[in-house]
Write a protein that binds this ligand. Structure first.
Ligand code: GLN
Length: 442
């Protein structure tokens, strides 16, 4: 909000300050420091950091993968056009898990991003670079993408605000697809009001994205109201699975909300293991289709000289990291004939069930309050298997499966000073209530 009031010279000064902070920073939040005026084109815009999965004309875009080294974006994503039209400009590429697959930003081909609160801990993922940059003050705000929590979870681990809009609210045009029916771009900011401002700037119908919702859009920022009294649901069987420190932060927040005159109602939902299975089938199935384009022909660092098959094999096995290859295999498996009905169709049915369960809760509540992750930011290397990492997504992925908006914000710190984040989940297309609730919790 403050940056919006700056004039041309002051913005120039801000860009210079951030530039030198980025150089000094050792948290690995940045993939590349793109501050060259010719490259950024609008030198006078308020600088916003951009995850390395969103196309910015004339910038490198690699999705933090070796397979895309050297690829230059031929066009701006719609969200970038929207930023430019509002006096903001892309400034710096932020680190992420390769192709947004992960929860820790340590699967990037550029190396890991450290949590600014403690360098032994992860910044979360996959938009860990964006969250770390905002938390460390080397970016005033950033854009990330959220397929199963990748904006909200790193924001929670780093102590900033991360918001995932309703599916279809923000254009995906120019955003490299991981799982097309789940992906949404969202702001990562220092406070709720900044998130609302950035959300308003990037939202709205886009004819270039066939999944963009053609619904009425009223900006939320002019109508922000922290005084609204809301009915907030708590999903008891979800909260039970959190660590003690998260539970304590949660209880404290519930008490504060009650004391401020909000009504709390208690609910239950489908087991988290069913939600987890549904997500990792849908997401990997879509990823296996989306990533097939990186074959060395149109995209990708071409490798292999023994004919077409060798080129495909070498390009993909040398270009993609381990986690990405694992997901392509899993996704191809659940879509293959013989397993399609047993896995993919079943996962889609569970997805519908999840949506119905949320709709039921919203018959009796304005918002849902939930943890963002079962723990605060984990130490590097604390997940021994992929499954352990996947289990840390239990609170975020159902929101994407149901297409709902949600916002994560810091509410407390643990005894080591690590941020504790909680999320509010709202009804589809009702971001106004979501932001109002977040202001009450902030
Ligand atoms: N951690 C989840 C995954 O690995 C979510 C990632 C995301 O939202 N991009 O799929």
């Amino acid at each position: 909000k403050e940056a919006l009031t700056l004039n041309g010279e002051e913005i120039e000064k801000l860009r210079e300050d951030l530039s030198s902070k980025i150089k000094e920073s050792n948290i690995g939040a940045y993939v590349e420091q793109l501050t060259n005026k010719e490259v950024t084109t609008s030198s006078d815009g308020i600088p916003i950091a951009i995850k390395d999965i969103i196309n910015v004309k004339n910038w490198n875009i690699t999705c933090c993968s070796n397979i895309l080294q050297g690829y230059v974006s031929p066009y701006d994503a719609t969200v970038i056009k929207n930023l430019r039209n509002s006096g903001l400009s892309p400034f710096g590429r932020t680190n992420m898990d390769e192709f947004a697959m992960g929860s820790s930003t340590d699967s990037s081909c550029y190396g890991k991003t450290l949590n600014p609160h403690n360098p032994n801990k992860t910044a979360g993922g996959s938009s860990g670079g964006s969250a770390a940059a905002v938390a460390a003050g080397i970016a005033v705000a950033a854009l990330g993408t959220d397929t199963g929590g990748s904006v909200r979870q790193p924001a929670a681990y780093c102590g900033c605000v991360g918001m995932k809009p309703t599916y279809g609210r923000v254009s995906r045009y120019g955003v490299t697809a991981y799982s097309s029916s789940l992906d949404q771009v969202g702001p990562i900011t220092q406070n709720v009001e900044d998130a609302a401002i950035l959300y308003d700037i990037i939202s709205g119908h886009d004819p270039l994205d066939s999944t963009s919702a053609n619904v009425d859009y009223t900006p939320v920022t002019p109508n922000l109201n922290s005084e609204r009294k809301l009915k907030i649901a708590v999903i008891d069987n979800f909260v039970e699975q959190a660590s003690d420190e998260i539970k304590q932060g949660f209880e404290k927040a519930v008490k504060a909300l009650e004391a401020a005159g909000h009504e709390i109602v208690h609910k239950n939902m489908l087991d988290t293991d069913k939600i987890l299975s549904s997500y990792y089938i849908v997401a990997t199935a879509e990823a296996s289709a989306n990533l097939s384009r990186f074959d060395g022909v149109r995209y990708g660092n071409r490798k292999g000289e023994g004919g077409l098959k060798d080129m495909y094999t070498q390009t993909k096995s040398q270009g993609f990291g381990q986690e990405v290859q694992k997901r392509i295999l899993l996704g191809s498996f659940v879509l293959s004939s013989g397993y399609y009905d047993a896995y993919y169709i079943k996962a889609q049915k569970v997805r519908h069930l999840i949506k119905d369960e949320y709709e039921n809760i919203f018959k009796d509540a304005d918002l849902i309050l939930s943890p963002v992750a079962p723990t605060t930011a984990p130490e590097f290397g604390s997940f021994k298997t992929s499954l352990e990492m996947y289990l840390s997504d239990i609170y975020t992925i159902s929101v994407n499966l149901a297409g709902l908006p949600a916002i994560s914000l810091p509410v407390d710190k643990n005894s080591e000073g690590m941020p504790i984040g909680l999320q509010l989940i709202g009804r589809a297309y009702n971001e106004q209530t979501l932001f109002d609730g977040a202001l009450a919790l902030e």
